[in-house]
Design a binder for this molecule. Structure first.
Ligand SMILES: *Cc1c(COP(=O)(O)O)cnc(C)c1O
Length: 385
């Protein structure tokens, strides 16, 4: 039987107190305005613009919808190519394929696990229209290099910034890089609106297009001029977002302590590779204000136990780590017919996907539990016997 009380899952959604949420939604019982760009929706959009330090922002029902509508808003010709990473959540690549575009996989950087900016250019063809990198785990892509390549070839640069809510690069909100950046406010992310997401942009026309697509392509009651869909965020989700935003700094501070503890316990262990330490200074030449979204650990051969063994040992102890991101997207069953070969096309991503484990991380994870998780991991390897 599963011991739910002592079970530690990989994440735990942040929530305000019940009283605070009830206070926030109380007025909905007076207005009876539950969705369709209501007061909470608009207030949240304004507050997020300030928080993220961006000029343009459109809220959506989830992060995936933000990606799909944003890509659609560019009106790329069907069959055009989009260079992206296989080391991500399925949503990234599904959003390309569902827009009738062809994903082209670029390998990842061995330190940040983000798209390798030095390998993008070699993949550009006369069909390429965009680059879609992912700031995976909250690690930051080489934004300056990617912009330079995109500009030189006249390509759009669309970031899947689902993991980087609130981060800053060289003092600037991360939503300001590229033509568009999308964020996810899913329950499992650093900041949540239960389900939700947004796209950030500087070109107002792009924002208008996304708004139009999220609202069925409606111009006015008698004019529907586009084949849009429904991507609107409802008032209850927006209210949750307003509450959670008040406590976000506190939540991130607590996450920082959890990660510091993990680092203290696991740094320097033979066979364990940790992700870049953004607190220790510049990474890839960029000063990053990190959001402590994920804590991935990579087990090299020297560790003496494989990733799957460590995963099983944690599971035996009621601890739920996750194999993010395994399998790679170019290995998913739904893309079996595409003839992709992860091992050949993206060998670094393939290797990392076989070795990586993301450890439990949420604001209220007790530091004693972090110690216990680390002890179990160490006992699986050589050093623990
Ligand atoms: C969560 C996530 C998404 C999708 O966001 P949803 O809000 O769950 O739709 C897209 N890309 C990445 C990398 C994600 O982690």
């Amino acid at each position: 039987m599963i011991d739910n009380k002592n079970r530690i899952l990989v994440t735990r959604s942040s929530m305000p107190s019940l009283d605070e949420y009830i206070e926030e939604i109380r007025e909905l019982w007076d207005s009876h305005w539950l969705t369709n760009m209501g007061k909470k929706h608009n207030q949240l959009a304004d507050e997020l613009k300030k928080y993220l330090g961006v000029t343009g922002l459109e809220l959506l029902v989830n992060g995936h919808a933000a990606l799909e509508f944003t890509i659609q808003s560019f009106d790329f010709a069907p069959g055009s190519e989009v260079i992206t990473t296989p080391f991500t959540f399925a949503s990234t690549v599904h959003s390309i394929v569902r827009n009738n575009l062809t994903p082209v996989f670029c390998d990842i950087d061995p330190d940040t696990y983000c798209l390798n900016a030095d390998q993008v250019e070699a993949l550009i063809t006369d069909k390429t229209v965009a680059i879609l990198p992912v700031h995976v785990y909250g690690h930051v892509c080489e934004v300056y290099k990617l912009k330079e390549v995109a500009d030189r070839h006249g390509l759009k640069l669309i970031y899947d910034a689902a993991h980087t809510f609130g981060e800053k690069v060289d003092g600037k909100g991360i939503g300001n890089f590229g033509d568009a950046s999308i964020f996810s406010f899913h329950a499992t992310k650093v900041y949540n609106t239960i389900e939700g997401g947004c796209v950030c942009f500087s070109d107002e026309e792009l924002g208008k297009k996304v708004y139009f697509l999220k609202d069925f392509g409606i111009v006015d009651e008698e004019n529907i001029t586009g084949v849009g869909a429904n991507g609107k965020m409802n008032e209850f989700a927006a209210a949750m977002g307003l509450c959670n935003l008040r406590h976000l700094k506190e939540e991130i501070d607590k996450r920082r302590e959890v990660i510091r503890r993990y680092r203290k316990n696991l740094s320097g262990v033979r066979g364990i590779k940790l992700s870049p330490d953004y607190e220790s200074g510049k990474v890839k030449g960029m000063e990053v204000e990190f959001n402590y979204a994920y804590f991935p650990v990579v087990f090299t051969d020297e560790f003496g136990a494989g990733r799957d063994q460590v995963f099983a040992k944690l599971a035996e102890n009621n601890i739920g780590a996750r194999k993010y991101f395994y399998p790679l997207i170019n290995e998913l069953k739904c893309y079996e017919d595409m003839g992709w070969s992860a091992k050949e096309q993206t060998p670094v991503a393939y290797d990392i996907s076989m070795r990586v484990l993301t450890l439990p991380l949420f604001a209220d994870l007790a530091l004693d539990d972090v110690d216990r998780i680390c002890e179990i991991i160490l006992s699986a390897g050589n050093s623990g016997g």
